[in-house]
Write a protein of this length. Structure first.
Length: 249
């Protein structure tokens, strides 16, 4: 099985794994990997890097939008096997290290099992290693100073708490792109809605803060959304956030 890789701009690729996405930013054969899918997506991650002319050993850094198992999956593997640094917002670092866990519980899933798509999603999650824990003991906070990171793609971390306390999106100002993780998605197996939206409430650590973070995303200069779940969305980011906000109430 090959990863589904879509080039969305120069040196910028959205990859669809199994029910989750990651993004590759390249500079020659060097790459920045934003999120890493489920633990069971490892071969897809490695394949996607090869498809864009890179490799696991050429990844300059892994950036985490947040430390849920479907985004953290291969981060520790890349660090252990290749010494790849793994960066997250300072509030997300202890989450990546599994000093605590802000993730939907089995009880939450069971309470929502009657909703369309929840049980198939849960079965897929288990099969993909989503119940496993792969803490990144060496996770680090983004380098101090703010602004663009000195990595391929020069992404700018923007704190968007709510889904988790340290959730970040990454802005690519030169190409008008927002890598939105789970702060703003365009689809999910447990949602019957297509297009910009928040994930269903059970997935957010603090739903009110997730809604408030839409204001932060709305202020970014962008017209392309690369979400953690769903397909690429094009159009003014303001319209995308407004739609998500309307659907949230």
């Amino acid at each position: 099985m090959r990863a589904e890789v879509r080039q969305v701009a120069d040196a910028t690729y959205l990859v669809h794994g199994s029910n989750t996405n990651w993004v590759i930013l390249t500079d020659g054969d060097t790459a920045t990997l934003v999120d890493t899918g489920y633990p069971g997506d490892r071969e897809l991650v490695l394949d996607s890097l090869e498809q864009v002319g890179s490799s696991a050993k050429a990844v300059a850094a892994v950036l985490l939008t947040h430390a849920h198992n479907d985004h953290l999956g291969s981060a520790e593997y890349l660090h252990s096997a290749h010494g790849t640094p793994v960066y997250a917002h300072e509030a997300e670092v202890p989450h990546a290290r599994r000093e605590f866990l802000q993730q939907v519980t089995l009880g939450d899933v069971l309470k929502n099992a009657w909703r369309p798509g929840v049980l198939p999603w849960a079965v897929h999650t288990i099969r993909s290693g989503g119940m496993e824990q792969h803490p990144v003991a060496a996770a680090e906070a983004f380098p101090a100073g703010g602004g663009p990171l000195d990595l391929p793609g020069r992404p700018v971390p923007v704190h968007t708490p709510g889904h988790t306390s340290g959730h970040c999106v990454f802005h690519l100002p030169d190409s008008g792109i927002v890598i939105s993780g789970d702060a703003l998605v365009s689809g999910h197996p447990t949602s019957r809605i297509k297009g910009p939206q928040l994930l269903p409430g059970m997935f957010h650590h603090e739903r009110a803060r997730a809604v408030a973070s839409l204001d932060v995303i709305e202020a970014l200069d962008a017209d392309t959304l690369l979400p953690g779940h769903g397909s690429v969305h094009t159009g003014p980011i303001r319209e995308a956030t407004q739609r998500a906000r309307e659907l949230a109430f």
